[in-house]
Design a protein around this ligand. Structure first.
Ligand code: DOR
Ligand code: ZN
Length: 355
């Protein structure tokens, strides 16, 4: 029997609830002003990472940062975007900061193992040092957002996430069974399996770049610093596990871009900074990944429902429309006095957000 045309034809438009970004780097000052409109145009809310220099370690600093973000919104996006603020967990975060944070509307603390990534020097040196603070978070209902990589120099860079699960995540969950934890920007099959089998209090964000690329992209025709992020891209079987998780419909997996802008001259450098800038075309990149997997019908849950449900927040009510419409990403964007190169600069994307 011939296949009906409606089934054969690829869909060329998609309407979904306005999405949220559950993991974002916005920086500060001129950089913030340059990147914020890209996110606010697409997303209703974003969880803003606290790894500024110096880091956002107190409620007072987070509220001041929130004001700067709101102040940097262009007029046409004012009132349309809500930054969700986080604190940077250090060895010295006092337990009584947690109640203050909750009362101020702060939802989460970010755990950076000291030295794991960009601006993580003030991170936690040993999880046992923050037990009293984690206890307060569990009591107050604040989420723990985890950069899940060990920093032990002997551990291979590509194995750091899998080792983190055994060495840190497992004991952490045993000690704090009621703590709500997001395993951020997961990159491995091991992390997918761990989250999937960990009960309702453990969720994970997945980036667009980890869905679209494997580690070959780092070496395609030469060393590609704009593909370098942390946790670093992994092998193809890991990418496939991430795609399966994201498109599975499981409410444990949700959108977090980890869009992380760095000036182009610091990426194209002997010691290139880690971070991919994806905010310019974030929802389009995810649409591409879901389309490649034949799972566009699963994009809305992943991008617009699962994260809000996990955080215990209301889902957004507005909608956005994506159309199959080729558009070329610019080679570079202004970034204060410097330039910013979006991931895939100069390439053509198949999907475009309307409006
Ligand atoms: O690639 C990354 N860039 N990974 C992180 O964890 C931090 C981020 C940044 O802030 O640049
Ligand atoms: Zn990040």
């Amino acid at each position: 029997m011939p296949i009906p045309a409606a089934v054969r034809q690829p869909r060329d438009s998609l309407v979904i609830t306005r999405p949220d970004d559950w993991h974002l780097h916005l920086r500060d000052g001129a950089a913030l002003a340059a990147v914020l409109p890209h996110t606010a145009r697409q997303f209703a809310r974003a969880v803003v990472m606290p790894n500024l220099k110096p880091p956002v370690t107190t409620t007072a600093l987070a509220l001041a940062y929130r004001d700067r973000i709101l102040g940097a919104l262009p007029d046409e996006l004012r009132g349309r975007f809500e930054p969700l603020m986080t604190l940077y967990l250090t060895d010295n975060t006092p337990p009584d900061e947690i109640k203050r944070a909750r009362e101020a509307g702060i939802r989460a603390l970010k755990l950076y193992p000291a030295g794991a990534t960009t601006n993580s020097d003030a991170g936690v040196t040993d999880i046992r040092r923050v037990h009293a603070t984690l206890d307060a978070m569990q009591r107050e209902g604040l989420l723990l957002l985890v950069h899940g990589e060990v920093t032990t120099p002997e551990v291979d860079v590509f194995d750091r996430e899998a080792v983190f699960i055994e060495e840190v995540f497992e004991p952490l969950r045993a000690d704090f069974p009621a703590l709500r934890i997001v395993f951020e920007h997961i990159t491995t099959r091991e992390a997918v399996e761990y989250v999937a089998t960990s009960g309702p209090l453990v969720g994970a964000t997945i980036t667009a770049h980890h869905l679209l690329h494997n580690r070959n992209a780092l070496f395609q025709g030469g060393l590609r610093p704009h593909m370098y992020c942390l946790p670093v891209l992994k092998g193809e079987s890991h990418r496939q596990a991430l795609v399966s998780a994201a498109t599975s419909g499981s409410s444990k997996f949700f959108l977090g871009t980890d869009s992380a802008p760095h000036a182009a001259h610091l990426k194209e450098h002997a010691a290139a900074c880690a971070g991919c800038y994806t905010a310019l075309s974030a929802i389009e990149l995810y649409a591409q990944a879901f389309d490649n997997a034949g799972a566009l019908d699963k994009l809305e849950g992943f991008a617009s429902h699962h994260g809000a449900d996990f955080y215990g927040l209301a889902r957004n009510t507005g909608q956005v429309t994506l159309k199959r419409q080729p558009w070329q990403l610019p080679e570079a964007l202004a970034f204060g006095d410097a330039e910013l190169k979006p991931l895939g600069a100069g390439e053509t994307l198949a999907w475009r957000l309307q409006g």
